[in-house]
Design a protein around this ligand. Sequence first.
Ligand code: DC
Length: 235
Amino acid sequence: MQTIKKIVIAIDGFSSCGKSTLAKELAKELNYIFIDSGAMYRGVTLFALQRNLITKNKIDRQTIIKSLEQVELSFLLNQETKSPELHLNGVNIAKEIRSPRVASYVSQVATIREVREKMVADQRKMGQNGGIVMDGRDISSVVFPNAELKLFITAEIDERVQRRYNELIENGISTTKKEVKTNLVERDQMDSSREESPLIQVADAIVIDNTNLSKSEQSALVLSLVKQKIEVESK
Ligand code: DC
């Protein structure tokens, strides 16, 4: 009997390109685990904010590093929405990590090498049996360099701003498009120029520009790529 191999799907790209939406959809279709790795960096940032390790002018990197052993992040399935939600030391923080305050510091926290080492170790554990879709910035390059399918997602900046703005407003967070654009541009810049595991497009990634694609068009396109890969891998 032929067994169908469960592959690893790595999705990278700039902020607000719809990576998580795509990853979630794929995981649902394929019955895979979905991990939003950005949520984990947001979780550490929220932890640091709660402990006053981040103030307007300073990020206390040393204390954040020392406190990392007190950070326990886990994804638990919301039984109603069937979506995994991030918990920090047992408390659901799915909503709080989306706040503009967390968004404005997360890229800086994500430059801390020790934070990245802890996140990457946890992420690899989650993916050790395959059957996972993970999105982020360094998934193809660092977390799963041997992933069977690597996607690099892009979209034009104004389209990304509009999408993030709509998402924040829908969640009751008041903001302006200007504020959203400033944050996205800053984060893209920081994420792709940092020393530790910057966002890069690896040579074997398939690039998808979804500016003019609907969610269902994009899902259909990617699902056909996944099916081809699974067939090859299962032979
Ligand atoms: O995907 P996101 O916007 O929720 O990610 C939040 C931040 O976390 C992003 O600005 C960069 C960082 N990040 C990272 O450095 N590496 C990842 N694998 C995922 C996110």
